[in-house]
Design a protein around this ligand. Structure first.
Ligand code: SF4
Length: 457
């Protein structure tokens, strides 16, 4: 366990090409220090939000600090994001839900995305990612940051690729310095967490593209980086410049979401050598980040058949030393197009039960088109159902209390409390309209089982 009580360094030497599998000499000097002590932005944020965090997470301050120092918990919140609702991700905090929004080259409507942000927040999302790839990305991001207190995540390589294509260059025609400059700019803007595919190596990309996979690389960021490595013959710049990224992220408490550029895009690819090659690298990088005072999350699959979800979640957690795990779904079947939010919620519930911390939603539009506002609402609710089911299975008191409240209300035919216990109260009120308190609903009418089981008066 790191020692506390030392002053945080402000400037560090920046090694250009750090070895993947060990701490650099520069960071070894600080590795004995507490993560929080090394990160003044994080320390101040924790101080400001601790009371609310303790109440919401049912944890005491000492446990929160110890878990952050260990790396099993991380705090999303960049002090540059005005009014940010600092949010804990990891064990033993509540399972959280993320909604992806953002423009695409096919549909680019900044105000439409602003509406979706509001829909996601109203539906109960804990965080939002702006995955925009078209339009004025700086402006879209700034609008989202000022419009919502939810922690905002981005994938900076999208912006760099967009800048390249607008300048008539190849989307993978950027330099490492341009990539670092984009990360730095977004951190200054107030972005709270960033997907950075630092664990995608040349070896991993080759494994994913040697013909043994059904679907090679399905991550946009992963594909751009694989293309960059193929064009330059060099190793992933996010890996070779990892220490420079740590310097930027520590300064603003940007949590690095270590991206899964080689996640399986088909159930039959789950758990193949390419996926695990990247996961093992992510574990090493997580340790390097913690030693440098930077919080991380690990991004996980993707498409995983039902019988492999437990092994995937527990295996990734073990290989990454208990770092918070942020999963996309996982989708337990590949053939639910149009209803992938259901396939993702089934996998998400299991993933939460086996240790996943942060569920990225899927919407009915997944694999088909850009989600609309209705899709965003449905996606957030599907993931919240998954989180509730997973937490109830874990016996978490707040989840059990909610289940109990619904059971009590149903036994009393108490429609007001049924709506309040439900994850989507508006929908319950709307669908049960006309049903009086204490009276049966329209499903069974006079054959209402609850009424018939009551002792006759
Ligand atoms: S009518 Fe049927 S569905 Fe409705 S409250 Fe009674 S038992 Fe439940």
């Amino acid at each position: 366990m790191p020692l506390e009580g030392m002053d945080a360094p402000t400037i560090r030497p920046r090694p250009a090409h750090a070895p993947v599998n060990s701490l650099t000499k520069a960071y070894k000097e600080y590795a004995h220090m507490s993560l929080i002590k090394q990160n003044p932005a994080l320390a101040a944020l924790l101080e400001a939000h601790m009371e609310r965090l303790c109440a919401y997470e049912h944890m005491d301050a000492a446990a929160i600090r110890a878990s952050i120092d260990q790396g099993t918990l991380t705090l999303l919140g960049n002090p540059k994001h005005a009014n940010v609702r600092a949010t804990l991700i990891g064990q033993p905090a509540r399972v959280k839900v993320n909604a992806n929004i953002g423009t695409s080259p096919v549909t680019s409507d900044a105000s439409g995305e602003a509406d979706k942000l509001q829909v996601a927040e109203n539906a109960g999302a804990d965080a939002v990612m702006d995955l925009s790839t078209a339009g004025d990305l700086d402006n879209i991001r700034a609008r989202m940051l000022s419009a919502s207190p939810l922690p905002l995540g981005t994938v900076p390589i999208y912006a760099v690729a967009q800048q390249c294509t607008e300048a008539g260059r190849d989307p993978a025609g950027f330099t490492p310095d341009e990539l670092l400059a984009e990360v730095s700019k977004q951190a200054e803007q107030g972005v709270d967490f960033m997907t950075l595919h630092c664990g995608l190596t040349r070896r991993g990309a080759q494994l994913a593209q040697d013909g043994s996979r059904k679907l090679g690389i399905v991550s946009r960021g992963g594909a751009i980086l694989a293309r960059w490595m193929r064009r330059t013959g060099e190793e992933n710049p996010l890996l070779t410049h990892f220490d420079a990224l740590l310097d930027i992220c520590r300064k603003h408490n940007v949590v690095i979401s270590l991206g899964d550029g080689l996640r399986p895009g088909a159930g039959v690819d789950a758990g193949d050598p390419a996926q695990w090659e990247e996961v093992l690298t992510l574990g090493v990088l997580a340790k390097r980040a913690w030693a440098a005072g930077v919080g991380v999350m690990i991004e996980g699959p993707g498409h995983v058949p039902l019988h492999l979800v437990q092994a995937q979640i527990q295996g990734i957690k073990r290989a990454t030393f208990g770092a918070p795990l942020y999963v996309l779904g996982p989708l337990v079947t590949d053939v639910a197009a149009g209803r992938d939010h259901i396939a993702g919620a089934i996998g998400g519930a299991m993933a939460a039960q086996f240790g996943a911390d942060f569920l990225c939603y899927l919407t009915p539009a997944e694999h088909l088109c850009l989600p609309d506002a209705r899709d965003v609402h449905e996606g957030v609710l599907a993931s919240r159902i998954a989180a509730q089911a997973g937490e109830a299975a874990l016996g978490r008191p707040w989840a059990i209390a909610r289940e109990t409240a619904m059971g009590d209300a149903r036994m009393k035919l108490d429609w007001k409390n049924m709506a309040e216990a439900a994850l989507d109260p508006c929908l319950v009120r709307q669908r049960s309209q006309g049903t009086e308190h204490g009276k049966e609903c329209g499903m069974c009418g006079k054959f209402c089982a609850i009424r018939m089981a009551e002792p006759e008066k």
